[in-house]
Design a protein around this ligand. Structure first.
Ligand code: AHR
Length: 320
């Protein structure tokens, strides 16, 4: 009797171990090479990615590249060596990815790009890219400003990280509007690297160079964080942001809604921080039955102005 009981116990333990192993095997591991934490939007994207992965029982390993491509390449190689099931990359710059992506492809590890795109002749190097239409974001921001100012405005531009796809494309889209409006001019343009501190620094130099700010009609910032930095610089120069100098930016983070509600910012274009949700759905369908997602999964870009700022701030403040 005792022996039979022992065998049953061993059998049950073995069953539990094997089903545990099966569970461990079925749990997908994804390596995510994240840009860094340059902006409020970026921090929210990291947070949302963790939530979306957890919802789906995915083990998400996040590596912070501190805004350096060499760190991203190192992280991707390490993910390949660990044999992860897939790799997510938010590429800090758009060029220089082919070799490392080829290594992932050779190891049969699918790669999904999040929020930024890359330049490559070989699109088979990644499964899909989940991004917004960043040219459209620049265009729609420019159109709002052209309408608001009757097409007459001296603009200073705070560009994002040099070589990054949103900086290239948000400039391109805005420039299209400037080209169509002879009274609109970009009088100064410089990178503020998507950060609040650099946005403020660069804006201070623009104000100095442009008659203490009197020649500036608007700031076009490639993200809200740089816009917030610029708002501080404008206030310190004794001018009123949102009134003396209009503030146009992209992301729709809570701080810009707060600035809008206070009358210190004028318009923002939303970039959803939830890139991981659609990426995980596409990847899981691909893993399950080989369903090829479209090469581009486009997220929505909505324009927000002060009328709804308070409500939008309340909606978002928890997430950020
Ligand atoms: O790639 C998305 C951009 O990167 C966001 O607009 C910006 O805030 C971030 O740093």
């Amino acid at each position: 009797m005792k022996a039979r009981h022992l065998l049953t116990t061993i059998g049950m333990a073995a069953l539990m171990l094997s089903s545990g192993a099966a569970y461990a095997q079925s749990k997908m591991t994804i390596g995510f090479s994240q840009v860094g934490s340059e902006s409020g939007w970026r921090a929210a994207e990291t947070k949302v990615s963790k939530i979306e992965a957890e919802k789906r029982g995915v083990d998400l390993k996040i590596s912070d590249a501190q805004q350096k491509q060499e760190n991203q390449i190192r992280a991707v190689r390490s993910f390949i060596a660990q044999g992860v099931d897939a790799i997510f990359i938010a590429p800090v710059v758009s060029t220089g990815w082919d070799s490392v992506l080829k290594e992932a492809k050779d190891a049969k590890i699918p790669v999904v790009l999040l929020d930024r795109s890359i330049e490559t002749k070989d699109e088979s190097l990644y499964l899909t890219a989940v991004t917004s239409d960043t040219v459209y974001e620049g265009k729609v921001a420019g159109e709002w400003l052209a309408k608001e100012t009757g097409g007459k405005c001296n603009v200073v531009e705070l560009q994002g990280t040099v070589g990054s796809s949103p900086a290239i494309n948000r400039k391109k889209g805005f420039d299209q509007v400037v080209a169509a409006n002879p009274g609109m001019k970009i009088v100064r343009t410089q990178s503020g690297d998507f950060t609040r501190t650099k946005g403020k620094e660069v804006m201070e130099s623009f104000i100095k160079a442009e008659g203490g700010g009197k020649n500036i009609c608007a700031v076009y910032a490639h993200n809200d964080d740089m816009a917030i930095g610029a708002i501080q610089a404008i206030k310190e120069a004794g001018l009123k942001p949102g009134k003396d100098i209009k503030i146009v930016s992209i992301d729709a983070v809570p701080d810009i809604f707060k600035a809008m509600a206070d009358g210190e910012a004028n318009v923002t274009v939303e970039l959803t921080p939830n890139m991981a949700g659609p990426a995980l759905d596409a990847l899981m369908a691909f893993k399950k039955d080989g369903k090829q997602p479209p090469k581009w999964i486009q997220t929505e870009s909505k324009v927000y102005t002060p009328e709804t700022a308070k409500a939008e701030y309340d909606k978002r403040k928890e997430l950020y």
